[in-house]
Design a protein around this ligand. Structure first.
Ligand code: GN1
Ligand code: MG
Length: 368
């Protein structure tokens, strides 16, 4: 038996497992598809404990949110409990060379149902798919608009730009001025600081409660939604980061991926462009599901949220480059630098078109 075939025996699956195969190339978790003696399939996933310090809290959040969606008649995955009745299986692992021998090391595994007859996309190339994607993010928020339970803040400071500035400043300081990566990134570091105040102003609205706290997914890129074969959105997946925050983080993060004509790490930066038509299609889909509960402050800040999240992602990629690639998986030595540059190009394109973005939102509202 392979390791993963052994791991899966800890979960309370009604069927006999026939095969466990690696699936995709996540930046953060390791994911496998589990085939069984019936045509039902499951996902087995090793959660990255370095990135998610509170896996029990994260799984409790996912359980609450998926249960609520189901209670509203929505489609979502179901967590499979372990034979001990937990949402995760904790497995002791060997310390790797260089790690402290007395530190207790565990891998955390989870298992959940695979939603059948669905597909996911890495990149949207039709306005119909983009509109469905907008409906998907909107549907997720709308299904959870009356959610009243507490969620654990599993990643404190996740979209908090003030916290990110502190992290960034520390990275720069730790690197030291002779660090070749920092020297290479000097002009990109300046671009971070030139937008700081504007970004802090937005964060202030979140922190002081002007923007209400609701359930947010916190990773709403296209590939985190499942579609049926007709291109209709079925369900949000990857709920690892589900927390209580402003829904504008989700809108902004979705725009970062949907309205970019290229992947987030496109290396020919001069080609990267924010596409207003895509923005409009996504916003139409999104607002068709959410206009009934969003308040005026949320509506007037939708456009800016896209700049905020793109900027934040730019900062995080750049910071990881300066740190020596400790957070995101990279495929080549300066991958994080390329990601940062590509996100900056997208941000600049958004900045140029910002008045048009605002106008687009107003126009959609007036036609709803
Ligand atoms: C990470 O690996 P994935 O797709 O779940 C990251 C997101 C970033 C994204 C960039 C917990 O998400 O915040 O936007 O990479 N998730 C975490 O591609 O840091
Ligand atoms: Mg994610």
């Amino acid at each position: 038996m392979t390791d993963t075939q052994l791991i899966v025996t800890h979960f309370s699956l009604p069927e006999r497992v026939t095969r466990v195969t690696p699936l995709g190339e996540g930046f953060i978790n390791d994911t496998y598809i589990v085939d069984t003696s019936t045509n039902r399939q499951y996902i087995l996933q090793r959660k990255n404990h370095n990135i998610f310090p509170d896996i029990p809290g994260m799984m409790e959040n996912i359980h609450k949110v998926t249960s609520h969606i189901r209670s509203k008649g929505g489609t979502t995955f179901s967590l499979v409990p372990t034979k001990n009745g937990k949402w995760y299986h904790k497995e002791r692992i060997q310390a790797e060379a260089g790690e402290t021998a007395n530190k207790e090391l565990y891998a955390y595994w989870v298992c959940f149902t695979f939603i059948p007859d669905t597909v996911s996309y890495e990149h949207a190339d039709s306005l119909e798919l983009i509109r469905s994607g907008g409906e998907g993010v909107g549907m997720f928020h709308s299904q959870l608009a009356d959610f009243e339970e507490e969620l654990v803040n599993t990643l404190p400071g996740f979209h908090n730009i003030s916290y990110r500035f502190n992290q960034f400043a520390q990275s720069v300081e730790c690197a030291g001025e002779n660090n070749p990566r920092l020297q290479e990134a000097a002009s990109l570091v300046e671009e971070i600081y030139s937008r700081k105040e504007r970004m802090l102003d937005f964060w202030e609205l979140v922190e002081n409660g002007t923007l209400p706290k609701r359930v947010s997914h916190n990773d709403t890129k296209l590939s985190n939604f499942l579609f049926d074969k007709n291109g209709n959105v079925v369900s949000a997946i990857d709920l690892d980061t589900v927390m209580s925050a402003t829904v504008l983080f989700d809108f902004g993060d979705a725009i970062r991926s949907y309205a970019n004509c290229y992947p987030e790490d496109h290396p020919r930066f001069e080609e990267v462009r924010f596409d207003l038509e895509r923005f409009s299609a996504f916003s139409e889909g999104y607002l068709s599901k959410t206009a009934w509960f969003l308040n005026d402050i949320e509506k007037t800040h939708l456009a800016f949220s896209a700049l905020y999240i793109t900027y934040e992602q730019y900062l995080r990629f750049l910071m990881d480059y300066i740190d020596g690639d400790t957070y995101y998986r990279t495929r080549y030595p300066n991958h994080n630098l390329v990601r940062a540059q590509s996100q900056l190009a997208l941000l600049k394109s958004m900045e140029e078109q910002y008045p048009l973005m605002e106008k687009t939102i107003t126009t959609i509202y007036n036609t709803l």
